[in-house]
Design a protein around this ligand. Structure first.
Ligand code: TTP
Ligand code: CA
Ligand code: CA
Length: 605
């Protein structure tokens, strides 16, 4: 019990005063207490040696084979068996092979000039190939899908290619009430009704649930696991143990179905979950009980903590001449705020294990997709660019079509080509992406080739060292029950597009005119309308303009719709020729379209 924070017991008690909150019936019975829920449980689950594991699974290798993944001459992932030979990401391939002569080094898949699919080529050359991470993205999606399927009422937030935060609060709450039905009813003799504290929690068997961090800073499992610390188990510990059960089951399923081992951290918030996820790797999970938070955090060098590294960490270290989290606890909030501003409250709280950021699924849709290549040998002849454009187009085609498997109506609004010339400023060109049914390598390459020509202009020679091709404004068109095959077939689809456009109050690229399908209320009695695209006045024929107002409105609506179809067909014809329709009078032209997402970085002001 020689924990360094023991000596500052007084300060610590104040600093960590929320470790044993009183949990009442109101807490356990309320539906959504969000980030302040005293029974909140969050996990971070990270895959072990991820790229190496993907290659091992792909090659159906024994898990004990030492394997590394290589990108050109560097190592980017090291399997755990290879780590036993002392190999790390820092090693050069040559040195790694010296450490382990049986080492299997797999080069990442690459796109090769002239090929539309990435592959594992015998010889790779950065002058003619481009790295493909598609396998890892696909495997990553499979893992995320398993998290989501296992936890329909839990929130899953992908945090990187091989890790995700999972909010277990709701699934755990459901299990708590199921297992301890006496919690569902406030007892008649409860002194404060809903605000009465819950009865004492049951003892917990931590066996097999993972590594449980204890206040002494030791870890335990098995026989030591039922030790009561500081007055014993809390309902939050019960919640953690249920989350650990669920997490373990999901990790086992991922292992048996997909072949990947993972490591998880389970705690009361994202910051702490991430912090303890790598406590014991590989293939393990670590549980940080609230009571263990102070002793776990206290000795950590704060500059090792992600948010407190870098310049901020340097500044803190310099200002206070300290190195651990514990050292920083003696500094008051006023003091930190006077030096680092009002916002420094989050530093103060983080040091005390408080983090109220939500686990929230980012939009399932990445608004942009980017393929890029740094050229070891600059492009000097404008014509040579087309080969690279095809390579980048192949990657975008594969990624878009992959994404369309789960979102068949995913549509990129814009294609952007960006090139850096030596050390000069970068240049870019963009265009509306043609509206075609099948997004093939050819379609993308044709659109990009045009941009390349615009970008290089009449230059006889160029000096381009980096090329990037991106889709921006990727969005899901609401297609209702229609299949992708019917995409362009019917007017209904067109209306759906129009509807989307209106709802989002944002111009649509090919069909931006929302007035075409549905008359505005002021038009109800009108017998003609002006098309906002071609500016023509389109009127009902004589005789059609008679009857009740609703009949006239109906006919007018039909006329608008037919006229819309005419433009639609024209757009299609244009886009199939590879040219990009920006119709006359379109809202795109009238309204300046602000670049979004990654596009911001491409478009020259
Ligand atoms: P990490 O999760 O950092 O590492 P890892 O999964 O290889 O190993 P660990 O078991 O320690 O978690 O990164 C996930 C993948 O991201 C990794 O397999 C390869 C890739 N990656 C790089 O390409 N370059 C890098 O510098 C890092 C850190 C990762
Ligand atoms: Ca990992
Ligand atoms: Ca990771």
């Amino acid at each position: 019990m020689n924990s360094p924070w023991k000596g500052k017991a007084k300060a610590t008690n104040q600093d960590y005063d929320d470790l044993r909150p009183t949990i009442t019936y109101r807490h356990i019975l309320s539906n959504n207490l969000g980030v302040r829920d005293p029974l909140r449980v969050v996990a971070l689950c990270d895959s072990d040696a991820f790229y190496a594991a993907c290659e091992r699974v792909r090659l159906e290798l024994d898990p004990n084979v030492p394997i590394v993944v290589q990108q050109w001459e560097s190592i980017i992932a090291v399997s755990y068996p290879a780590r036993e030979f002392g190999i790390s990401r820092m090693d050069k391939i040559k040195d790694a092979k010296k450490k382990c002569p049986n080492l299997l080094a797999v080069h990442v898949a690459t796109y090769k000039e002239g090929e539309s699919e990435p592959s594992y080529w015998k010889d790779v050359d950065t002058r003619t190939h481009k790295v493909s991470l598609d396998l890892y993205r696909r495997e990553s999606n499979k893992i995320i899908t398993m998290f989501k399927e296992a936890l329909p009422i839990g929130e899953v937030e992908k945090a990187s290619i091989d890790e995700a935060f999972i909010d277990f609060t709701r699934p755990v709450r459901e299990k708590l009430l199921e297992r301890y039905p006496y919690l569902v009813q406030v007892p008649a003799d409860a002194p404060n009704g809903m605000d009465s504290p819950l009865p004492p929690p049951p003892p917990i068997k931590w066996d097999d649930l993972g590594t449980v961090l204890l206040p002494e800073g030791t870890d335990s499992a098995g026989e030591q696991s039922n030790i009561d610390v500081d007055g014993g188990t809390t309902w939050h510990d019960v919640a953690l143990s249920i989350a650990a059960e669920l997490m373990r089951k999901i990790r086992e399923d991922i292992h048996s179905k997909l072949g990947y081992t993972t490591s998880a951290g389970i705690a009361r918030n994202k910051f702490l979950a991430k912090l303890c996820a790598s406590y014991k790797k590989p293939n393990s999970q670590t549980i940080l009980r609230n009571q263990a938070i102070p002793s776990y955090l206290h000795p950590l060098p704060f500059q090792k903590i992600r948010f407190l590294g870098g310049k901020l960490g340097d500044a803190l270290a310099k200002e206070y001449d300290v190195s651990t989290v514990g050292d920083l606890l003696t500094i008051s909030l006023d003091e930190i705020q006077s030096k680092f501003g009002e916002n420094a409250l989050w530093i103060y709280e983080l040091l005390r294990g408080i983090d109220r950021t939500e686990v929230k699924e980012k939009s399932a849709l990445f608004k942009s997709m980017l393929a890029s290549k740094n050229l070891p040998k600059p492009i000097t002849q404008p014509l040579d660019g087309h080969q690279w454009i095809r390579v980048l187009a192949a990657e975008l085609a594969l990624r878009l079509n992959d994404a369309r498997e789960s979102m068949p109506t995913l549509w990129p609004k814009t294609i952007v080509l960006h090139a850096r010339k030596g050390y000069e400023t970068s240049r870019s060109k963009q265009a509306t992406f043609p509206f075609v049914r099948n997004v093939t390598v050819d379609v993308i390459a044709t659109a990009a080739d045009k941009l390349w020509k615009e970008l290089t202009g009449d230059s006889k020679t160029v000096n381009i060292t980096s090329v990037q091709l991106a889709f921006t404004g990727l969005e899901k068109a609401e297609m209702g029950q229609k299949s992708i095959e019917g995409f362009f077939a019917t007017r209904d689809i067109q209306r759906t597009f129009l509807k989307r456009s209106r709802e989002e109050d944002e111009p649509l690229v090919s069909l931006e005119n929302t007035d075409l399908a549905v008359p505005k209320s002021s038009d109800i009695e009108a017998v003609s309308f002006q098309c906002t695209r071609c500016r023509k006045t389109i009127a009902l024929r004589e005789g059609q303009a008679t009857g009740g107002p609703s009949e006239v409105a109906q006919r007018l609506a039909t006329l608008r719709s037919e006229h819309g179809d005419f433009h639609f067909a024209q757009d299609l014809a244009n886009s199939n020729k590879g040219s990009v329709p920006v119709p006359r009078g379109s809202s795109l032209k009238r309204q300046k379209v602000e670049p979004k997402g990654i596009a911001k970085f491409f478009i020259k002001k």
